[in-house]
Design a protein around this ligand. Structure first.
Ligand code: F0G
Length: 456
C-alpha cells in the first residue's frame, strides 16, 4: 500500500503573496535586464531563486530568538551554537561568520598559499572566487558522470580519486592546499557523495598528508541519500550519518542559510588548533569578534536550534520528498531535467530544452526569464553566466547549462509545486519561439548576480 510523505509540521502564520499580470512581468524582466536576481521580490509569485536564507523558521527557533544574548564578547548564544556544532558535527573549534562566503574568505586566506592547487568536487561560485583571491587555483576532481545531466549514477557528488592522484603525481602533495569537498553538490544538481567514496578519499589523503575541508552547506540532504541508497545505512539516522561524514574530514565551512534552517549565518570549523588561532585573528578584520563573527546573538540561537531540526529524519524525508514531487511531475511531462533528482531543487537542462540556442546565447538565462514571464515563478541560471571567466579572461564553458528551481525549506505547498510544473510545461510547449540573449553589462566578480542582458 502506498504511504505518502507529508510535512512534520503545520502552519501557524502565513505570508500573503501578490499576483501580477503577464504584461507587468514582461516589463519587470526587461527592467531587470533579463536577470532574475535583479527583480524586486514583490514582483515574484513563487520564489525558487534559491534555498539560501529563504527557509521558514520554526516556533522553537523564533522563541530562541528572544533568548539571544547580544553581548559584544563571550555571548551565551555563541557557546550554545559552538556546543551544538561540536556535538552534532564533531568539529573541535568553531568561528561564526555572517554567512558561508565569510567563512570561505577566512579559511582560504589561512589555508591556501599562493600558487597552490585546490582540488574540489565541482566548483561553487563563491567558494572558487575566494580560493582564487587567496592565490589558489581550483581543479575539478568530481567524477565525469556529474557533468552529464542524463547519467543515473546514484552518487554524482563522488570524487574521482584517480584525478586527485594525477594532480598529486604531477605537482606533489605539498602543492595541494587541501581537498575542497562539498556535500550535496550544488552545481551538479544537488548530488550526494557516498560514504564509501569519502572513506576512500580519507585513506588517500591521509597517506599524502592532505587535509579535507568540507563545504557542509547541505550535509543533511547528502546524508538522506546515503541512508536511502547506500548499503549498510538504512538503519542509521541522518544525525549519525552526518556525524560520520564530518568525522572523516578535517574542517568545514558552512552557510547556515540552507540546511540549518535560518535566514542568515554561517561558520567555519576546524580540528587544527593552528588554523583556529590564525582564523580567530583574521575574523576580527572581516566579520567581527570570534564569538559573534558578524551575527547577532539571536541568530546564533536560531542556528543552534535549526541544526538540530535539520538532523531529524522526518524533516529531511519531507524536504526531499517535496523536491522529488516536483521533479517527478516534470519527468512525467517529458521535460529534460538533471537526473537523478537532487536534494535542494530541480534543475532544468537548458541545452536539451532549447537546443536551437548556442551556449553563448545564454539558454539557461533566457529560459529562467521566460518562466518568470509565464507565471511569476523565479528561478536561477546555473550555466555559462554562473561559471564566469578563468583567471586568464576566457569564459568557462560548463557542460551543464541549467536553470535551478530551488525549493526553500518549509515554505511552499504541494499546490505551489503543481503551479510551477504547469508553468514549465507551458514554456516547454512554445520552446522553439524562445530567443537567446546577449550580455550588455558584466561585473568583474560573480557576474551572474548583477549582469544585464538584452534579447538578440
Ligand atoms: N557553498 C555552497 C555549496 C553554497 O551553495 C553557497 C551559497 C555557499 C557556499 C556560500 O554561502 O551564500 O551563505 O555566502 N549558495 C547560495 C545558492 C547563494 O543560492 O546556492 P553564502
Amino acid at each position: 500500500m502506498k504511504r505518502s510523505w507529508a510535512e512534520p509540521y503545520k502552519m501557524k502564520m502565513v505570508e500573503l503573496l501578490k499576483t501580477t499580470t503577464r504584461a507587468h512581468r514582461l516589463k519587470a524582466i526587461q527592467k531587470a535586464g533579463y536577470n532574475t536576481f535583479l527583480l524586486p521580490s514583490e514582483d515574484v509569485y513563487i520564489d525558487l531563486l534559491t534555498d539560501s536564507g529563504t527557509n521558514a523558521m520554526s516556533d522553537r527557533q523564533w522563541s530562541a530568538f528572544m533568548t539571544g544574548d547580544e553581548a559584544y564578547a563571550g555571548s551565551k548564544s555563541y557557546y550554545k551554537m559552538e556546543e551544538t556544532i561540536q556535538e552534532c558535527y564533531g568539529y573541535k573549534y568553531v568561528i561564526p561568520t555572517h554567512q558561508g562566503r565569510g567563512a570561505e574568505n577566512i579559511l582560504s586566506q589561512v589555508m591556501i598559499k599562493k600558487g597552490q592547487i585546490v582540488p574540489g568536487n565541482m566548483y561553487f561560485t563563491t567558494t572558487r572566487v575566494h580560493q582564487e583571491l587567496a592565490g589558489g587555483k581550483f581543479a575539478d576532481i568530481i567524477i565525469d558522470e556529474a557533468h552529464d545531466s542524463t547519467s543515473l549514477h546514484p552518487f554524482k557528488g563522488n570524487v574521482d580519486i584517480g584525478k586527485l592522484d594525477a594532480l598529486v603525481k604531477k605537482h606533489g602533495a605539498d602543492k595541494i592546499a587541501y581537498v575542497s569537498l562539498a556535500s550535496g553538490v550544488n552545481m551538479a544538481g544537488g548530488q550526494p557523495f557516498s560514504m564509501e567514496n569519502l572513506k576512500a578519499l580519507r585513506t588517500f589523503t591521509k597517506k599524502h598528508k592532505i587535509k579535507i575541508i568540507h563545504d557542509m552547506t547541505r550535509v543533511g540532504e547528502n546524508a538522506f541519500f546515503i541512508q536511502e541508497r547506500e548499503p549498510g545505512y538504512k538503519n542509521k539516522s541522518i544525525r549519525q550519518i552526518v556525524l560520520e561524514i564530518c568525522n572523516l574530514t578535517d574542517g568545514a565551512t558552512m552557510s547556515a542559510k540552507k540546511d540549518a534552517l535560518v535566514n542568515i549565518g554561517g561558520f567555519m570549523a576546524t580540528n587544527d588548533p593552528k588554523v583556529y588561532e590564525e582564523a580567530t585573528n583574521l575574523v576580527v578584520v572581516y566579520e567581527g569578534l570570534h564569538t559573534y563573527g558578524g551575527l547577532a546573538g539571536r541568530d546564533m540561537e536560531a542556528i543552534a536550534v535549526g541544526i538540530r531540526e535539520s538532523l531529524d529524519d522526518n524533516h529531511q524525508r519531507a524536504r526531499i520528498g517535496q523536491v522529488h514531487y516536483l521533479g517527478n511531475k516534470l519527468i512525467e511531462m517529458g521535460i529534460p531535467i538533471v537526473l537523478p533528482i537532487g536534494g535542494h531543487g530541480v534543475f532544468l537542462d537548458a541545452k536539451a530544452f532549447l537546443p536551437h540556442l548556442d551556449q553563448e546565447q545564454f539558454p539557461a538565462q533566457a529560459l529562467a526569464a521566460e518562466i518568470y514571464v509565464d507565471s511569476g515563478v523565479r528561478s536561477m541560471e546555473r550555466g555559462i553566466v554562473s561559471a564566469g571567466r578563468k583567471p586568464n579572461g576566457e569564459n568557462y564553458h560548463p557542460q551543464l547549462e541549467l536553470v535551478r528551481l530551488t525549493i526553500p525549506r518549509r515554505v511552499y505547498t504541494q499546490a505551489h509545486m503543481d503551479v510551477v510544473a504547469e508553468s514549465v510545461e507551458a514554456v516547454f510547449e512554445k520552446r522553439e519561439k524562445i530567443r537567446g540573449l546577449k550580455m550588455v553589462y558584466e561585473p568583474k566578480y560573480l557576474r551572474f548576480f548583477q549582469a544585464r542582458f538584452e534579447k538578440v
